[in-house]
Design a protein around this ligand. Structure first.
Ligand SMILES: [Zn+2]
Length: 476
């Protein structure tokens, strides 16, 4: 099998002795989809040599939670417009009238897959409601994809703008679960071998207890990870405690939903949060004892003025934390920076979060959650999911500690080459599988098309400009 060797890499983030460590001046070689050498000089033959002397080589990042079918469509609209009468949630008139359809979702996802790859993400958990063409497009992107088709029993809406209301639709959950089950089977059977599945009842408050139990049973029967959105807003916490006299996390525990293959997006508003006044403090203990993981996506929460309190405390209790982006920007480097800084601000002098921990969360911790011991790390025998970032980029200098540079300064900009399963998907910063200019034009066209439909869907005929004004007035 032909071998590719990255020769004399200035820095390699290697996985040794159960932790990421730096290696200097090291060769890394891979053949087929596996790493065959990491360390000193590779003596064997090589079909291709890549000069690593001005590079840092890292494991491909794992994005444990994102919604590629949605986020760029909302760009320019939602950054500053959480509903102030509903805990700054996204439940407001704009979202009820600006509704992505399958064509828009496909364009959005294609754009996002390219954005993820260019930023050094090699594995992404794609949480979407099933739509035609999803599996094929994800496979064609070259990503290692975890298909997480969301299903639920009720749709959210608000009439007054002051409370979350639920439209419970008979049989909606059963039919959506059946459709999701079919999509997950298709993903696992896909010839690329890069797709897997995650069972994902959409939100703790939009699913009946039966649907949550059925989701958990399906995940366990098939050996798949299990996910739901829970403890993600004050409104949800208040609604769940009123209805069930327990927190969303206690509720999931009673249903048998928690466990070592369960992931909660985003477990922000637990009973340990200082903004939540609840007479018990059991949630973090339950997460730790059951081995339940948390998908941490701090940016989208900060945008609405809320935050986890605090990440370091979760980590200290042994709760598994994996990193995701949720919405835009789909940039896991920036998300790591925000996670670390926000954790410090939340915890003050008691902060317990650092660069090594957030990088672990975006790599090995996420792999563990997915039940994988062969991704998120560079080691002999692991998958050749590899990122090469150049030290020549000005943002990487001085390169005293290049991982800190990537997370705290440069972000994705120095990412040069990306390999998934040993196949190059990004070369010199160019995504090889997706025409990014075309994808950008497509998503812009789809956004404009959806915007034009808003007056016909808003009860009062409002335009997007009425509902979501630009940041500055246009005067000419
Ligand atoms: Zn989400």
């Amino acid at each position: 099998m032909p071998v590719t060797v990255i020769r004399r890499a200035a820095w390699v983030v290697a996985w040794e002795g159960g932790r990421h460590v730096y290696r200097r001046d090291a060769d890394i070689a891979f053949a087929g989809d596996r790493i065959v050498h990491l360390g000193g000089h590779w003596e064997g033959a090589a079909a291709r040599e890549i000069d690593g002397s001005a590079a840092i080589v890292l494991p491909g990042l794992i994005n444990i939670h994102c919604h590629p079918g949605q986020s760029p469509l909302f760009r320019g609209y939602v950054e500053e417009f959480g509903n102030p009468r509903l805990f700054n949630s996204g439940r407001h008139r704009f979202r009820q009238a600006f509704i992505p359809d399958a064509e828009a979702i496909r364009a959005s996802a294609r754009y996002t897959y390219a954005e993820l790859l260019a930023g050094g993400v090699t594995t992404a958990v794609d949480l979407s409601h099933a739509y035609p063409g999803w599996i094929e497009q994800l496979a064609e992107s070259g990503l290692r994809g975890v298909v997480a088709p969301m299903f639920r029993s009720a749709n959210w809406y608000t009439e007054t703008g002051q409370e979350t209301q639920y439209e419970w639709v008979p049989d909606l959950g059963a039919s959506a679960l059946a459709e999701a089950a079919e999509v997950m089977d298709q993903a696992e059977a896909h010839e690329s071998g890069r797709l897997s599945a995650m069972v994902s009842p959409a939100q703790v408050d939009t699913c009946t207890p039966d649907l949550l139990r059925q989701g958990a049973a399906l995940a366990r029967a098939k050996g798949r990870p299990l996910h739901t959105h829970a403890a993600q807003s004050i409104a949800e916490f208040a609604g769940m405690t009123r209805k069930h006299d327990c927190t969303p996390i206690e509720y999931l525990d009673r249903l048998g939903f928690l466990g070592p293959t369960t992931i909660l997006g985003h477990a922000v508003f637990t009973d340990a949060h200082p903004w939540i006044l609840w007479p018990r403090r059991e949630d973090l203990r339950l997460l730790a004892e059951t081995g339940t993981a948390v998908a941490h996506c701090p940016t989208v929460f900060l945008r609405d003025g809320s935050m986890m309190h605090d990440l370091g405390a979760y980590m200290e209790r042994g709760i598994a934390i994996a990193m995701g982006t949720d919405t835009h920007p789909q940039n896991l480097w920036e998300e790591m920076r925000v996670a670390e800084l926000q954790a410090r601000a939340a915890a003050g002098p008691m902060h317990r979060c650092d660069t090594a921990r957030v990088f672990h969360a975006a790599t090995v911790a996420a792999a563990d959650v997915l039940g994988r011991d062969d991704i998120g790390r560079l080691a002999v025998g692991a998958k050749a999911d590899i990122v090469i970032a150049t030290l020549d980029h000005p943002a990487m200098q001085p390169a005293r500690d290049p991982l800190r540079n990537l997370i705290h300064v440069a972000g994705e900009r120095p990412v040069r080459d990306v390999f998934v399963d040993g196949v190059q998907r990004v070369a010199d910063g160019v995504v090889l599988t997706i025409d990014r200019a075309q994808a950008s034009a497509d998503v812009a066209r789809e956004q404009a098309r959806l915007a034009a439909l808003v007056p016909g869907r808003d009860p009062q005929g409002a335009t997007v400009e009425d509902l979501m004004p630009l940041s500055l007035a246009v005067v000419g």
